[in-house]
Design a binder for this molecule. Structure first.
Ligand SMILES: *[C@@H]1O[C@H](CO)[C@@H](O)[C@H](O)[C@H]1NC(C)=O
Ligand SMILES: *[C@@H]1O[C@H](CO)[C@@H](O)[C@H](O)[C@H]1NC(C)=O
Ligand SMILES: *[C@@H]1O[C@H](CO)[C@@H](O)[C@H](O)[C@H]1NC(C)=O
Ligand SMILES: *[C@@H]1O[C@H](CO)[C@@H](O)[C@H](O)[C@H]1NC(C)=O
Length: 377
């Protein structure tokens, strides 16, 4: 087993030193013991065509996101799949530009959402059933009780091509930009005198969900443009890149009281953990991707070399065991198979792009929570 030990050593340098825990479902409007948020505090471009997401910066909270030369792919193939990832960092006002090709398909919703633990929310949503529009929306403190929040904007087929969807969020107003043109503005005072204006530290969430699944209420399926026909899948949303700029510079954000007002947010100065990770990656995939290609090849080669060594050792072992007797040989064979399987697992991880995909393995992922479209517009 010395080869496995060797392999572990080779891999050790790639493993995360700790697994940061930043997200909880703690409502800052009713509780004062919620965890402090990691700020972004700077700006960053995430080019998913070149790099898969660093799992210390982007947490896959549901399903699996595939990173391909086209970008990050969010795919629904089986019923009720809804791959989603969200930033581990928060922004307090800022700019988010994503280059997106929405998923086609009746009942399929692609989305890019800016969302706070207070349920302040700013949305881009694409209905796969509608190839001539995109929807904008917002919620202040999760309040769905009044209309006029949603917007529907005509555009050329968002499922056919990539477009630049940008949100500019300041304490005075919210702007939605499509390919460099402003298509909607919401002023602070127009969101119920500001009381429903999004104004608390928020993550960026990207995902796809089958709103038109038969298990969902009629209203949801109608809003989604009809029921999903899974036989027409898989349905894929592709995100080439996301640019995120935090208009506040700081290391962390905390709630000073339960008002949910931006004035109550306590900002600690300094470089945030997220910024450090982005500029010097230590997360599993981040570290793997940050390695020069030659190093990556060397590590793969050495683990394949390790496999050869184990095979050699096992063969030698088996020959000896064969001599030693049939009974021992059976035991040795079993061990051989076990060792080989372990190695194959390592190899599979390596070849999958560096054991980067976490989340969802071995336990049912939590179902995302969605707003029902009652009073949506
Ligand atoms: C990532 O998401 C999972 C599932 O929602 C959650 O349990 C976990 O705490 C999150 N991790 C981080 C670092 O946010
Ligand atoms: C992003 O941040 C860097 C460093 O703070 C700065 O030099 C650059 O101009 C910023 N880019 C944009 C588009 O704001
Ligand atoms: C798409 O949305 C626009 C705007 O609401 C609407 O006029 C059009 O009829 C919709 N198309 C389909 C196919 O539902
Ligand atoms: C996307 O649009 C925004 C707003 O017009 C612009 O500032 C940004 O540079 C664009 N991003 C890309 C990648 O073209």
């Amino acid at each position: 087993m010395y080869s496995l030990a060797f392999l572990s050593l080779a891999l050790l340098s790639l493993l995360p030193t700790s697994l940061a825990q930043t997200h909880t479902n703690c409502d800052p409007l009713t509780r004062t013991d919620c965890p402090v948020h990691t700020a972004l505090g700077t700006n960053a471009t995430f080019d998913f065509q070149k790099h898969q997401a660093d799992d210390k910066v982007w947490n896959t909270t549901n399903g699996k996101v595939n990173f391909t030369p086209d970008g990050a792919q969010f795919t629904i193939k089986e019923r009720l799949e809804s791959p989603t990832m969200q930033s581990t960092f928060y922004i307090l006002f800022g700019r988010v530009s994503s280059i997106v090709r929405a998923a086609p398909g009746q009942g399929i919703i692609s989305s890019v959402v800016i969302q706070a633990e207070t349920l302040d929310e700013i949305d881009w949503e694409w209905l796969g059933s509608n190839t001539t529009s995109v929807q904008s929306n917002y919620y202040g403190k999760g309040d769905e009780s009044y209309g006029g929040r949603g917007g529907i904007h005509d555009m050329v087929d968002p499922t056919a091509d990539y477009h630049n969807y940008t949100t500019v969020w300041t304490k005075e107003k919210l702007e939605w930009w499509l390919d460099g043109n402003i298509i909607r503005t919401l002023k602070y005072e127009d969101a119920k005198d500001g009381t429903r204006f999004p104004q608390t530290p928020s993550t960026v969430r990207i995902g796809i969900w089958p709103a038109g699944d038969l298990q969902n209420p009629d209203g949801v399926r109608e809003w989604a443009g009809g029921d999903v026909d899974y036989s027409k899948g898989p349905f894929t949303m592709t995100v080439r890149s996301v640019y995120v700029e935090d208009f506040t510079s700081g290391a962390t954000y905390a709630y000073g009281d339960t008002s949910g007002n931006w004035q109550s947010i306590i900002v600690t100065q300094g470089e945030s953990e997220a910024a450090k990770e982005i500029y010097t990656p230590h997360g599993v995939s981040g570290r793997w991707n940050a390695l020069p290609k030659t190093t990556r090849i060397a590590i793969i080669a050495s683990s394949l070399g390790g496999l050869a060594l184990v095979l050699l050792a096992m063969t030698w072992c088996c020959i000896r065991q064969r001599r030693a007797g049939k009974k021992e040989r059976i035991i040795a064979d079993a061990e051989f198979a076990k060792g080989e399987n372990e190695l194959m697992d390592y190899r599979r991880h390596m070849q999958n792009g560096g054991f980067a995909m976490q989340g969802g393995v071995g336990h049912a992922p939590p179902q995302p929570v969605y707003h029902l479209p009652n009073n949506r517009f």
